[in-house]
Design a protein around this ligand. Sequence first.
Ligand code: LLP
Length: 427
Amino acid sequence: AQTVTRGDDGVVAVAGIPVTRLAEEFGTPAYILDEDDFRARARAWRTAFGPDADVFYAGKAFLSRAVVRWLDEEGLNLDVCSGGELATALSAGMPAERIAFHGNNKSVEEIRRAVEAGVGRIVLDSFQEIVRVAHTAQSLGKRQKVQIRITVGVEAHTHEFIATAHEDQKFGIPLAGGQAAEAVRRALQLDGLELIGIHSHIGSQIFDMSGFEVAAHRVVGLLKDIRDEHGVELPEIDLGGGLGIAYTSADDPREPHEIAKALTEIVTRECEAARLRTPRISVEPGRAIVGPTAFTLYEVGTVKPLDGLRTYVSVDGGMSDNIRTALYDAEYSVALVSRASDAEPMLARVVGKHCESGDIVVRDAFLPADLAPGDLVAVPATGAYCRSMASNYNHVLRPPVVAVRDGAARVIVRRETEEDLLRLDVG
Ligand code: LLP
């Protein structure tokens, strides 16, 4: 967890720095990210999976050049899913062979850049893309390492928008009806491709290991069919990301070593039964690494008690810096962090400053009844899918990401300015 402490005055400090000082120096709202915590989580995944497996951090959760350097130093690989993420990774010096390129509709231009850069793998998501990547690689005189993403037909118990292994959705090629087998047939025929493995990602914010186990079982089943039909044993499988984190005290997340143990055991067992060489396993955690490492620091602007209902607490950000509550009904917690209070708790709803009533940051929370304008509140576990999904709705400026470590704080993504907004407006 983050190195968070609360002083005698009630002021919370992270990595030894009081939040009041962070607010003064960097303004609010701001994402405050604990670098040591990030590195420790990255390392925990790396260690849990060991030298015979690969951990690809999913850049979509949050990506910046500093993050890429930390990952590089901690021995992780990187999963990118757009030209923009690829550019960020390359510009921060991540070796291309440690990058995997994902996406259900990569443009020809993105594919060309990825192949030219020499990415370690492209994850193929459709029949058209098999041909597209093969042609692009061939035209560049290259043979591109690829995996094929399949949907294994698992219903992950998570929000519909972030579940990805049932068959009625846009990602991957269904295992059902022999479609994945057909995709493998085509990929093996094309000179521009070197098929190195099969990929499955079942969804996100998952706590139950059984979905991963069923997925691993079905992916190994496909490897066996491929061996029987083509006499080829594919050397790798990727089981995606999706491990859940604790947003509130109700969540009980699995640890990386539990995941590593469960996945390695099932793959090894199934491969032994099928007399297959055990493939190299890779995983793609995003949220589980960066999610818990940051909190959003907001300043309270207005406090509006509605008799018999609740108190609306408006902060200086909202759905533009955290869309997850509005989009997924996500649950967060919130705390007063700039002073002590022994006032009674009141039922509060923390809302943003945007022009719509769905602009909710924390739906139900208890905050001290003496909460007042100028107080600082923190919403934990906003490291993943908050800055990376931030918008400029209402021309609100996207907050900075401030990395803290050993009593020092530095901006790794600066706050947007009105000039940034106006620079794009060339009409
Ligand atoms: N690998 C693939 C192929 C993915 O599509 C994803 C996430 C990951 C790995 C990383 O999943 P994670 O370990 O972070 O759960 N915006 C949503 C989450 C969307 C996830 C999309 N794919 C949210 O805020 O909950």
